[in-house]
Design a protein around this ligand. Structure first.
Ligand SMILES: [Cu+2]
Length: 119
């Protein structure tokens, strides 16, 4: 049994309670397209960047078109705080629904709605 002064133990507990960015669940910090943007129709690379590393194998992007049809999008290789995909966008309202698993084990999800114009 290792004996430490009481204040040393308290110091260790304090360290354990500090929030660490590496253990935070993932929040979307930047996307292309941005929320409620207008984007031209056609083939486009879409990117979604998060505030922390994610488990890319257990994260996904789903495109929801104006007809409400849902398509799971194939992910492109990239850094482990980002999801990107190549999608063909048809004119009208669309939403990308992201769902990611952060390294702390928490799943977060959200929607980025936008409008596809032209084409
Ligand atoms: Cu979390």
């Amino acid at each position: 049994m290792i004996r430490l002064p009481r204040r040393r133990w308290l110091g260790l507990l304090g360290l354990a309670a500090l929030p660490s960015p590496a253990r935070a669940h993932a929040i979307l910090v930047e996307s292309d397209p941005r929320h409620e943007a207008e984007v031209p129709a056609g083939e486009r690379v879409l990117t979604f960047r998060f505030n922390s590393r994610i488990d890319r194998a257990r994260s996904r992007l789903t495109l929801i078109g104006a007809d409400r049809k849902q398509t799971v999008l194939a992910l492109l290789p990239g850094p482990d705080d980002m999801l990107s995909t190549r999608a063909v966008l048809a004119r009208g309202r669309a939403t990308v629904r992201w769902q990611v698993l952060a390294l702390d084990g928490h799943i977060t999800r959200g929607d980025v709605p936008f409008t596809v114009v032209g084409g």
